[in-house]
Design a protein around this ligand. Structure first.
Ligand code: 3SL
Length: 241
């Protein structure tokens, strides 16, 4: 296995498609996706365009769908919810399909949707994703952070490091053999430094600060937990997990 980490979707090579890609948007899209599936949602369908989301989701009756829209951290007017994982209670989501569009997370998922296998990871479902990778043993694996509008984000790279660290421990390969690019070692070092203080790390992160300004401290606390849901959001068809 060769593992490559890309800090943003824009940094992925355009002429290559990996055997497996993991999209990461810890704050908060992939945390929300893992949470809603763990809470019993039927599936999650991602969109970059809000109008297209509305149009496609019309085919589902109102009691079988939930529309989630986020821009700049805030809920989009007229949608059922924004992008808070704390809104994904079993009472609310069970048996429904979540149609979701967010600023960066859905873009990362769409960027890798042609990979042979695609999944979504956050700290909360790290172990489930690593278990899948260890079973599949892809030759080429990408972990792609969502970043913020094309820029690096601390929390996504720390989560990529958490996944890489766990794979490294379990493969027992020398890191130099496993790592396909320098970002792998950088991400593991970032995770190793902050693994016991992820909530503190989020307070240093620009998107963490943005969410704190929007009164989302409880979201940050939730997203900072590791391995609390045993769920693998696996793409079934492009854009649907
Ligand atoms: O950028 C995204 O995709 C979102 O996860 C941002 S937010 O956490 O909902 O503000």
């Amino acid at each position: 296995m060769k593992l490559f980490i890309y800090h943003t979707p824009e940094l992925t090579p355009e002429d290559k498609v990996p055997d497996c890609a993991i999209a990461v948007d810890v704050l908060r899209a992939t945390t929300t996706i893992a949470t809603v599936l763990a809470a019993g949602a039927e599936a999650v369908q991602v969109f970059s365009d809000l109008d297209q989301l509305i149009q496609v989701s019309e085919a589902w009756s109102a009691d079988k769908r939930l529309r989630a829209g986020e821009r700049g951290g805030a809920k989009v007017a007229g949608f059922d919810m924004g992008n808070s994982p704390l809104d994904c209670t079993p009472e609310r989501v069970q048996g429904r399909r979540l149609f979701i569009s967010t600023t960066n997370g859905t873009r990362a998922l769409q960027r890798v949707q042609n990979a042979a296998a695609v999944t979504a990871a956050a700290f909360i479902n790290r172990a489930a994703v690593v278990k899948y990778i260890m079973a599949q043993q892809p030759e080429i694996l990408w972990i792609v952070g969502s970043g913020w509008e094309g820029s690096f984000s601390l929390e996504d790279t720390a989560c990529a490091g958490a996944i890489a660290h766990s794979i490294w421990q379990q493969t027992e390969l020398p890191l130099a053999e496993l790592a396909g690019n320098d970002e792998v070692m950088g991400a593991i070092a970032l995770y190793a430094q902050w693994q016991n203080n992820l909530l503190d790390l989020f307070h240093h992160a620009s998107h963490g600060k943005r969410l704190l300004r929007l009164d989302c401290y409880e979201d940050l606390k939730y997203c900072a937990q590791t391995d609390i849901v045993d769920v693998l959001p696996l793409q079934q068809e492009p854009g649907v997990l």
